[in-house]
Design a protein around this ligand. Structure first.
Ligand SMILES: Nc1nc2c(ncn2[C@@H]2O[C@H](COP(=O)(O)OP(=O)(O)O)[C@@H](O)[C@H]2O)c(=O)[nH]1
Ligand SMILES: [Mg+2]
Length: 349
């Protein structure tokens, strides 16, 4: 624990030993104060703050990165619409901050869930708490409680990040609140992720094959055996847990597994009972096998490079697999998994 980096200290020597910094990304509706919050986390003054803040919306147009030290990179985003339209350009996220402001809005839950799919470690921040200064303190407490209910979360970090707009009257001071508590929580999550990366192991091709091959075979069998298709997510969950354990020395939590399984567009089919038999059609089976294989290959690809398995990685694995398997389809299971893993060069042994 003692040798964890000081994630929020600037000016550390840039000792780049090839380990990429962790990415801390902020997400939330436009004008909730995302850019302001990042400036506050950096400990900047209005004059030298790197992230642009303005009263009008749309000032942050694209992803903006700021590398604070060898360990941490802060990433600003333009707002929620961006998240939905351009997943493709999102870098791997190690820790996410979801920012809300104003009174509780249950529609934000779907956006929080989306961010969680990209990154399981997310902190929720209620910014602009100065808006409640003129009310009695219990009003803010009630707003916080409502947000917790609306988003289904235990903890929310109240903050104020006012004062980074360069067009403010010069006499106006920065009003920063809740930043130290938030930093402490972020440091814990970043530290966990850092340790996870340090503990990453090398895994041999034969070990990977010994997990992936029987899993894919069982999935193919389950899809074509009466009443067996509902077991497919379980088979994938076991294999993912095992792979994660090999790389990081710990299995996946239920929530983490659920998030990964959500990457599969074919998820819904497993529980579709045609005549109560729970059988997949040949076309469905083919898609399920390709998708499952892509999930496992994507996991290997991501975890061997110390990254989180996200939608982009899964899609990349899937398209190279589709290309690789195309001439053979639908006799995909005659190809050995070893061939596939080697040809996709996913194995960092
Ligand atoms: N009242 C109040 N205004 C804030 C706070 N943080 C930021 N703002 C203002 O909200 C507006 C949008 O801030 P900005 O950081 O650009 O939001 P972003 O669009 O989410 O990046 C600007 O006018 C900021 O000055 C806060 O804690 N309280
Ligand atoms: Mg902004």
């Amino acid at each position: 624990m003692n040798d964890l980096p000081q994630f929020f200290s600037p000016g550390q020597e840039l000792a780049n030993n090839g380990v990429p910094p962790l990415n801390l990304l902020v997400m939330g509706k436009v004008s909730t104060g995302k850019s302001s919050l990042l400036n506050a986390l950096l400990g900047k003054a209005r004059k030298n703050s790197p992230f642009k803040v303005r009263a009008e919306s749309g000032v942050t147009q694209a992803l903006e990165r700021w590398q604070l030290n060898p360990y941490l990179c802060l990433i600003d985003t333009p707002g929620l619409d961006y998240l939905h339209s351009s997943d493709w350009q999102l870098p791997p996220i190690d820790v996410g901050i979801f920012v809300v402001a104003g009174s509780a809005d249950a529609r934000q839950k779907e956006h929080l869930d989306r961010l969680r799919q990209l990154c399981p470690r997310v902190v929720v921040v209620l910014n602009k708490i100065d808006q409640y200064d003129k009310w009695q303190p219990f009003v803010l407490d009630r707003v916080i409680e409502q947000w917790r209910q609306a988003l289904g979360i235990d903890r929310i970090f109240p903050t104020c990040t006012f004062g980074f707009d360069p067009e403010l009257d010069l006499a106006v001071q920065l009003d920063l609140r809740g930043i130290e508590d938030l930093k402490a929580e972020l440091a814990i999550l970043l530290g966990k992720r850092w340790q996870e990366r340090q503990q990453r192991k090398q895994v041999s091709l034969s070990t990977l094959v010994s997990i992936v091959t029987p899993t894919i075979r069982s999935i193919a069998e389950s899809g074509t055996t009466s009443r067996r298709s509902p077991f497919i997510p379980g088979l994938l969950a076991i294999a993912l847990g095992e792979l994660h354990h090999l790389y990081y020395g710990r299995s996946l939590s239920g929530q983490e597994t659920y998030v990964l399984l959500q990457l599969l567009p074919t998820m819904g089919w497993y529980w579709q009972a045609s005549d109560q038999h729970f059988l997949l059609s040949p076309d469905q089976l083919q898609a399920v096998v390709v998708d499952s294989l892509a999930l496992l290959v994507g996991a290997i690809q991501a975890w061997s490079q110390q990254q989180i398995l996200d939608h982009k990685t899964w899609m990349a694995a899937r398209s190279s697999l589709a290309q690789y398997l195309q001439p053979e389809l639908p006799s995909y299971w005659t190809k050995t998994i070893e061939d596939i893993l080697t040809n996709l060069s996913v194995v960092a042994v």
